[in-house]
Design a protein around this ligand. Structure first.
Ligand code: ADP
Length: 751
């Protein structure tokens, strides 16, 4: 027990204590024997007892107090040898005691604790049996009666003690085995994690290489086409060459966005792992969000030959408070999975809420369901889905790109938002993913009717056609980044606009000082003089050529409230970056003088809507469709679009005008009155156009009295006109296809 210890940790401490106790017992027993031997008149034999007594005390002292184990060993061995020699010489008592305590102690010093305990255990068992059985007669002659009567109890106790130590020993061994098993398990887990990380890296490098290869390959093709294009080509060859380039560029775009989404997933994953993922809550419109995700996915879904439908409980409040970027990410991820793992049938996005009467500040629990008729998931795989890097059923979907991070990120995000995700699936038939998501209600106004988009999103590979031409208009594009200027100019190129550019506020002001423009597109963040300062300097020069020109703020600052902030500091309107070609054209055409703009028709829409202009109703509302159609070169579809733009614009412009009117900000007011004049003229509401012209002139001259009198009536007419349009033309739908297949873009959907 004292030598090479078999005990570890806490048990070692215990075993050391039991050794100390044993030493004391030995000392005590030596003392008892000494007294008994004296009493029996065996003075010589009592010397053995003194040897036991001294050995016990010395061992106790050496092991417990000074911890000199080697010295204890030597003392014990000397004692054993002395007592043995003495026994041989004098055949005395103490023989049994020698074998049950002193020898085991020496053995444990020499051969380890386990051997010592075993020796003690077997001898004490032997002596106990000997003293309590007929064998006792064998020793009866050798021992005085007093020994034979008392000592069996001592041996019995010794037997119990050694048994106890044996049990302790076994428990100690079992403990060690448990610990070893735990260690083994921990090692296995660490190995697995390591393996998963290696597999993940391999997977990632494959996933990242695929789009990069596509980008490089396509780029090479574009370069080759360009070299070919440098030669003299026939018109047909040229068209073909451009078509190729357009295809390659389309592929690059797709590969780029794949790459971006993988990298976003990796970033999200690392943020979640590091516990640094934070939610950014704000007010947001659920209808816009659903429109957005639906538009994004419906085109791809339909291109694959699948049906897409969106079903939304119309009574859900529209304005909610939450992290709209993450909510969008969650829904997009489920829709993208449904798209990836479905080859035929349909995908359906359903949004419902618990309850129907909500007050601002209430928590609404949205139930968002994405249902598909795809490959489905095996029962045994269901619980693996939400584990990081887990992809299932690889033999079936090995060709589908994926990293196995999407659902894990989704469920972590939902956990942060107090929501949850569940899945039901029938293998081979399809899956239903259900998200439960609590959000705060900001205003009770319901989101109303949202239709499934028809996939003609315009952002995805459609044939681009400029929506207007305005070669007589001149605009100024101000941006400190040359590339941004190139993008804006490139996107507007086909409209024939004359475009000047400036990279600094000072340069812009110089140009604006010399040349009359129709519109300025101004970047907000520029080194030195920023957009706001440039704008203010421009407006300060009251008699300058362009003092009242519409100035559109272009900025990457697209958070909620940005628009109000920028119009608040004096910009006419706001367009978030990155700019979308259609949104840019819509924005520009809205502020260009109507008489210098020729709108271009969209053939597809015209066919569909040819006979649908509600002449009678429009005339009754003071709108002359003939004038409007004249502006649109008899393009009825375009005219209808203009009418809707006009009605949509009213919802925003009228409150703005009212605000400027109340603030007596005639400079801003004049700009909006000017826009109202142009747009009213274009749709053919002559009377309102005249009123707006009068307001513009009065604002220009600062004739407050006239404005105070004329403004309310003009605004009322504006409101009524827009309402009539909304009623008779605003809800006009494509005649072909079911109602669900209608898409409507609100003109301000720029975000
Ligand atoms: P990824 O799609 O990038 O592989 P996810 O975490 O989004 O990663 O999904 C994990 C796995 O769950 C997928 O690899 C796929 O096997 C399975 N899965 C997810 N959504 C569907 C679905 N709608 N239908 C069938 N299987 C699905």
């Amino acid at each position: 027990m004292l030598g090479r210890s078999i005990f570890v940790g806490e048990r070692y401490e215990k075993s050391m204590k039991s050794i100390a106790v044993m030493s004391l017992i030995m000392a005590l027993a030596g003392f008892v024997m000494f007294v008994m031997n004296i009493a029996a008149g065996q003075y010589l034999v009592s010397l053995t007892s003194i040897a036991f007594l001294l050995t016990g005390v010395t061992d106790f002292f050496l092991t417990s107090v000074t911890e000199k184990r080697k010295a204890a060993m030597i003392v014990t061995i000397i004692a054993v040898l002395t007592v043995m020699t003495y026994n041989v010489l004098f055949v005395s008592n103490g023989f049994a005691f020698l074998w049950t305590i002193l020898v085991p102690l020496a053995v444990s010093y020499l051969f380890g604790a386990r051997a010592g305990i075993l020796v003690s255990f077997y001898f004490s068992l032997l002596f106990t049996v000997a003293f309590y059985s007929p064998l006792r007669s064998l020793v009866e002659g050798n021992y005085p009666e007093i020994v034979l009567n008392r000592f069996p109890i001592l041996y019995f106790f010794l037997f119990i003690t050694t048994s106890f130590v044996m049990i302790q020993y076994h428990r100690s061994v079992l403990d060690q085995i448990d610990k070893a098993e735990e260690l083994e398990k921990a090692r296995e887990t660490a190995d697995q994690a390591n393996k998963a990380k290696s597999e993940f890296l391999a997977e990632m490098s494959h996933e990242i290489r695929t789009p990069i290869n596509a980008v490089l390959g396509m780029n090479e093709m574009i370069q080759r086409e360009s070299v070919r294009g440098e030669k003299v080509l026939s018109a047909a060859e040229q068209t073909q060459s451009f078509r190729h380039i357009s295809d390659y560029a389309g592929n690059i775009e797709e590969a780029g966005s794949n790459l971006l989404s993988i990298i976003n997933d990796i970033l999200d994953f690392s943020k979640i792992e590091a516990g640094r993922m934070r939610l950014v809550n704000n007010d947001y419109e659920l209808s816009l969000l659903l429109d957005d995700v639906s538009n994004m996915i419906s085109f791809r879904v339909r291109e694959k030959g699948l049906e897409y439908s969106l079903v939304v409980d119309e009574s859900i409040p529209n304005l909610l408070y939450g992290d709209k970027v993450r909510v969008r990410q969650i829904i997009t991820n489920l829709l993208t999975n449904a798209y990836k793992y479905t080859e035929q049938g349909s995908i359906r996005l359903e949004v419902r809420a618990d309850g129907d009467a909500f007050q601002p500040g209430d928590t609404i629990t949205l139930k968002i369901t994405v249902r598909d008729t795809g490959i489905g998931i095996r029962e045994e795989d269901l619980q693996k889905l939400f584990t990081m890097f887990q992809r299932v059923d690889l033999e079936r979907n090995s060709s589908v790109e994926g990293t196995g991070m999407g659902l894990a990120i989704t469920s972590s995000l939902l956990a942060m938002m107090g929501g949850s995700i569940s899945v039901k699936s029938t293998y081979g038939e399809g899956s239903v993913f259900t998200v439960v998501l609590p959000q705060q209600v900001v205003s009770c106004e319901p989101l109303g009717n949202i239709h499934s988009p028809d996939g003609k999103d315009g952002r995805h590979g459609h044939q681009y056609r400029e929506s207007f031409r305005a070669p007589d208009c001149r605009i100024l594009v101000v941006d400190d980044t040359r590339m941004n200027i190139a993008v804006t100019v490139g996107l507007l190129q086909k409209t024939g606009l004359q475009m000047d550019t400036a990279q600094r506020g000072e340069d812009a002001l110089e140009l604006l000082h010399k040349t009359p423009y129709d519109l300025v597109l101004m970047d907000q963040r520029m080194p030195g003089m920023d957009g706001i300062e440039t704008l203010h300097r421009l407006r300060e020069d009251k008699f300058g050529l362009n003092a009242a020109i519409p100035v559109i703020c272009m900025t990457a600052d697209a958070i909620i409230g940005a628009k109000e902030r920028y119009t608040g500091v004096g910009f006419t309107d706001y367009l978030p970056k990155p700019v979308n070609g259609e949104a840019l054209e819509r924005m520009v055409v809205r502020y260009l003088p109507a008489d210098k703009v020729t709108m271009i028709r969209d053939n597809g829409k015209e066919e569909a809507e040819r006979e649908r202009i509600p002449y009678t109703e429009l005339r009754a509302a003071g709108i002359d469709p003939d004038i409007g159609l004249g502006y649109c070169q008899q393009d009825k579809a375009l005219y209808l679009t203009l009418l809707r733009e006009y009605a949509g614009g009213e919802e925003e412009k009228a409150p703005d005008m009212q605000r400027y009117f109340e603030a007596r900000d005639w400079k801003q007011y004049r700009i909006l009155a000017h826009a109202l004049k142009s747009s009213s003229r274009m749709i053919g509401t002559v009377l309102l156009a005249e009123k707006a012209a009068a307001l513009e002139a009065a604002a220009d001259r600062g004739e407050e009295a006239f404005l105070l009198e004329a403004h309310p009536a003009a605004m009322e007419q504006y409101r009524q006109t827009a309402e009539t349009i909304r009623r008779v033309a605003g809800g006009a739908e494509e005649p072909s296809g079911p109602e669900e297949d209608v898409i409507e873009f609100a003109p301000e959907e720029n975000e």
